[in-house]
Design a protein around this ligand. Structure first.
Ligand code: MOS
Length: 789
């Protein structure tokens, strides 16, 4: 198996460590019991690390791939949710008589307790049959009918009587003592949005929950020791996820067995939620997710749509399809919370950081976790840090986790202030970072190389002083970096080989579009010395061993080691079977070139199929589970991931238009499994980051509480015309963390883009922009304030 030269001896093995092309070296290290020997660097592997087109590419482009929204079952009903039309009210009565008369309507289900939003400690606040309405678009129930049109019409015809209550959709207004309260008592639950302030048991005063405090050292003394202080207030908007496929399910509760097709980032999580809510044993709930049209943090758990579809199926006995329309999606399924943060950094003349102080307020609507993450706390080593992050409740849809929760917000502020600090100290921004980026974790090591490699590729030496262009259109260059923890989750995988030599990988894991199927095929093919197309990958079904949820950039790093370990067990079995036939001991054998071969005597070989034919009738299968990282816990910051992005922009100071011309992104993800998919994913993170930086913004109407742009017409996301030249450079950054040494990339790819663009904006114009998105009104306002137009 693997490279015959990296065999194990007395529990030790030779690892390739460091960055390929930079400081790669080989080192003896202990190898955990039962794990296959480490792979060498990608250049010495056959299929892992080779850019590979997705194995499901043709299924996707030909429309054969079945997404949840494509699922059509016999006798299936169509559903639409009934949603509130007011932002804050008691529901007095719900009259469904007109809706029931719509031809084709089969069932109506009304929610009789809140399905969404944090748990309120004071139960009297929720007195009454129906949940209190806390935002426009809150689900109150759903209708199932023979056609989607009938369901839509009936949902509209449900008449809800409200007792309106005062409301606020403005964060500043909500912070005032006299503001209408979103919750009457303390709210206690884990964050919906996950961006800091996530702890339970936080103080709450009015609509302000927090602060969540982090303290290190003594910031007052740190600022006294500072020779230069930079500070600013930075504001970021509410961003909506805008996945291509909206949230949805097809649910069928039949004879005590629930089958749910779900557009989800976690098949097992949907199963577990529905099992609890409907009082079913887990074994009687099956969740299937063949393909997902994107999930960026908001597609966890059963969701109101999942529960409502199941309720309607329970009432009708039929499968029920409930797929949200784009407007429901934009209003009620989550968002990246809007924030305002004050950040202050103190440093000595040589750049040494002496203090960092952060205060943030953010709003996740009726949800929690609107903090700005850990950028200020962790990106640079500073002995004195103080962070205070608070959530502010408003009468708007709940925030949700969104690709690196809190971090694009955090980084927008931090990396601009670091840029400002560099200017004040007369240092190049990269030179200052070389001095202050002193983390000794994996990201710290990678960052140093990424800055150097990126600067060269980008042509950083072309950078001129701020505002150097004389005309109306000014060009500028900027840089910012990203930090993200290495998270691993429990991940199970099964690999089997039949007597006919067919290899199959099975895991409940879903592929949210990142290429999980292909990564699994590559890893198992490598281990068994097959071609990727010889490995069948079956995923997205809770009938298989539980895979990890797709969140926290964990899937490849969690699941590929389990897949490799299971494949290694299959390989050992094949070699044991082949040993007799080849007159060798199993230890003398290896899998190579699609055959079992004797090491040192390649003429003695047994093709894979012939080895498989020696298996018992049922073939052989092995299961493996992700173990801890070699030598440290998976949740540990030592495994942190980095990335550095460079942006070239132009700013038209007459129109306020910002255009991004080029992004160079250098990222690390441990061992790249499929560089093609990884580059693709980094490019996606950059596009989402540009879109966040320049265009996206959910707008609430203060008079009605409505979202005024709840569709992809009024809510602008980046399109082809705004897509710049993107160059992705991947480091091969080996640390020997697991049997594949893969880590993640999804979230780091999205963190630095807006900050890099903001720094390039400054370099172009000589004016700081501290508010997102950088659209013409804000750009013109920032320029006017600075007296530049
Ligand atoms: Mo993510 S924001 O953990 O899907």
């Amino acid at each position: 198996m693997a490279d015959p030269t990296t065999g194990t001896s007395s529990g030790k093995a030779t690892f390739s460590l460091g960055i390929a092309g930079d400081d790669l070296r080989r080192e003896e290290r202990p190898l955990p019991e039962g794990e296959p020997p480490p792979w060498p660097a990608n250049s010495d592997l056959a299929v892992v690390g080779k850019p590979t087109a997705r194995i499901d590419a043709s299924a996707k482009v030909t429309g054969q791939a079945r997404f949840t929204c494509d699922v059509r079952l016999r006798g299936m009903l169509h559903a639409r949710r009934i949603v509130s039309s007011v932002p804050h009210a008691r529901v007095l009565a719900i009259d469904t008589s007109r809706a029931e008369r719509v031809p084709g309507v089969k069932a109506i289900h009304l929610i009789e307790r809140a399905l969404e939003g944090p748990v309120v400690r004071d139960p009297s606040a929720e007195a009454g049959r129906y949940p209190l309405v806390r935002y426009v678009g809150q689900p109150l129930g759903a209708v199932a009918a023979l056609t989607q049109e009938a369901a839509d019409e009936a949902a509209r015809l449900v008449e809800v009587s409200y007792e309106p209550l005062p409301f606020t959709v403005d964060m500043d207004e909500a912070m005032k003592p006299e503001a209408p309260l979103v919750y009457p008592g303390p709210v206690d639950q884990r964050a919906t949005a996950g961006g800091g302030g996530a702890a339970t048991g936080l103080p709450q005063s009015g609509n302000v929950r927090g602060p969540a405090l982090v303290k290190r050292g003594d910031v007052s003394r740190g600022f006294e020791e500072a020779e230069v202080i930079v500070e600013g207030t930075f504001t970021t908007q509410t961003q909506v996820h805008s996945a291509a496929e909206t949230h949805g399910v097809v649910a069928h509760l039949d004879d005590g067995f629930l089958t749910v097709y779900a557009s989800t980032q976690g098949t097992a999580g949907v199963r577990d939620d529905l099992a609890v809510l409907f009082g079913l044993p887990k074994e009687r709930v099956r969740v299937v997710t063949e393909y997902v049209g994107g999930g960026f943090g908001a597609k966890f758990g059963a969701g109101s749509y999942g529960v409502l579809a199941t309720e309607l199926s329970k009432k009708t006995g039929s499968p029920v399809r409930l797929v949200l329309d784009r407007t429901e999606e934009q209003i009620s399924t989550g968002n990246r919370p809007g924030t305002r943060q004050r950040l202050k950094i103190g440093a000595r003349r040589d750049g040494t950081l002496t203090a960092i102080e952060l205060e943030s307020f953010g709003t996740a609507g009726i949800g929690t976790g609107a903090g700005v993450g850990f950028g200020a706390e962790r990106m640079y080593v500073c002995p004195n840090f103080s962070g205070a992050q608070s959530d502010v409740f408003i009468h708007a849809g709940p925030g949700a986790a969104f690709r690196a929760p809190g971090m694009p917000q955090s980084t927008f502020a931090l990396e601009q202030l670091v840029d400002e600090l560099a200017e004040r100290l007369g240092l190049d921004p990269l030179a200052l970072r070389d001095r202050i980026d002193l983390r000794e974790d994996m990201a710290g090591h990678a960052h140093r190389v990424e800055r150097r490699v990126g600067a060269e590729r980008f042509g950083w030496s072309r950078r001129r002083p701020p505002g150097a262009d004389p005309g109306a259109v000014k060009r500028g260059l900027g840089v910012a970096q990203a930090l993200w923890p290495h998270i691993i989750r429990p991940a199970n995988c099964e690999v089997s080989v039949s007597r006919a030599g067919e290899v199959e990988v099975r895991s409940g894991v879903q592929d949210v579009g990142t290429g999980t199927r292909t990564a699994l095929a590559l890893v198992v093919a490598e281990e068994l010395s097959l071609r990727p197309e010889e490995v069948r990958v079956r995923i997205g079904d809770t009938a298989f061993p539980d895979g990890p949820q797709s969140g926290g950039s964990n899937v490849t790093g969690s699941l590929t080691p389990a897949a490799r370990n299971a494949a290694a067990a299959v390989g050992r079995e094949l070699m044991a079977r082949a040993a007799r036939k080849l007159h060798a001991s199993p230890e003398e054998l290896a899998l190579s070139g699609g055959a079992v071969v004797a090491r040192g005597d390649p003429a003695r070989r047994l093709p894979f199929r012939e080895a498989a034919a020696l298996l018992p009738k049922g073939g052989f299968s092995a299961r493996a589970q992700r173990s801890e990282n070699y030598g440290f816990s998976g949740q540990d910051w030592r495994g942190a991931m980095g990335g550095v992005q460079f942006a070239e922009v132009s700013v038209d100071v007459e129109t306020g238009m910002v255009r991004v011309a080029r992004i160079v992104a250098v990222h690390d993800c441990g061992r790249p499994i499929n560089p093609l998919a990884l580059e693709n994913q980094v490019a996606g993170g950059i596009l989402q980051g540009i879109s966040y930086a320049l265009f996206e913004e959910r707008l609430l109407d203060r008079a009605t509480g409505c979202v005024v742009n709840p569709d992809l017409d009024g809510y602008k996301i980046l399109g082809a015309r705004e897509t710049p030249q993107i160059e992705v450079v991947l480091l091969e950054d080996y640390h020997g963390t697991s049997s594949t040494d893969a880590r993640g990339i999804a979230e780091p790819a999205n963190i630095a883009t807006a900050a890099a663009i903001a720094n390039a904006f400054y370099n172009a114009t000589g004016v700081r922009i501290r508010e997102l998105p950088m659209n013409p009104p804000r750009v013109l306002a920032a320029l006017a304030e600075a007296g530049r137009n």
